[in-house]
Ligand binder design. Structure first.
Ligand SMILES: C[S@@+](CC[C@H](N)C(=O)[O-])C[C@H]1O[C@@H](n2cnc3c(N)ncnc32)[C@H](O)[C@@H]1O
Length: 186
């Protein structure tokens, strides 16, 4: 199955109608649209991207689907996720991260290990019990393998803390994308 389809299927398993969810890398808005559909009309999506272009594209995609009201779209660094989602601690069904660069835009504006690490730790603090981080990792661009190792190490720290961790398709140094899936334990 395509990585994005797997990511959406894994997210859909834990998203409840009326739920709160986060897209930490809005990009072209495909994941934000999926999340806005999944939470229903009483749910809320917080979607972030450091690029104004990405947030504009995401807003247009949601608007076309008449789902803009379900989303809070912000030009922001996901390193500040804990502050941006203040009040949502322990309540979030799913945090999606789709790492790498924005397809069709400046490829140097790429996610980086330091900020990704902060976002992942903040994401874990937001999840309700049974909530899930779904993180798509790309390794083919410069710095991608380092970021992949960081995400993998975050997965180990989650395992040590007793959370359920799955790595789908991880083949170190293969250049292939993979998914880290962390489901929060009580
Ligand atoms: C692969 S794209 C995301 C694809 C998107 N989820 C979609 O459905 O189209 C990665 C995005 O991460 C964004 N990004 C990079 N660093 C970021 C950061 N520190 N905080 C938030 N977004 C960031 C990039 O601007 C880019 O749009």
């Amino acid at each position: 199955m395509h990585l994005t389809h797997s990511a959406h299927a894994l997210a859909a398993e834990v998203i409840r109608p009326g739920g709160k969810v986060v897209d930490a890398t809005a990009g072209n808005g495909h994941d934000t649209l999926f999340l806005a559909q999944a939470v229903g009309d009483r749910g809320k999506v917080l979607a972030l991207d450091i690029q104004p272009l990405a947030i504009e594209t995401t807003r247009a995609r949601l608007s076309e689907a008449h789902l803009e009201a379900r989303a809070d779209l912000r030009v922001a660094d996901h390193a500040a996720l804990a502050e941006l989602a203040a009040g949502w601690e322990g309540q979030v069904d799913c945090v999606m991260l789709n790492l790498g660069y924005l397809p069709g835009a400046d490829r140097t504006l790429v996610t980086r290990p330091v900020t990704t690490g902060k976002a992942l730790h903040a994401a874990l603090g937001l999840l309700r019990v049974g909530g899930r981080i779904v993180c798509a990792v790309y390794t083919g661009h410069p710095g991608g393998e380092d970021e992949s190792d960081l995400v993998d190490a975050f997965g180990f720290s989650c395992e040590e803390a007793g959370h359920d961790v799955r790595r789908l398709g991880r083949e170190p140094r293969s250049g292939k994308p993979w998914l880290l899936v962390v489901t929060r334990a009580p």
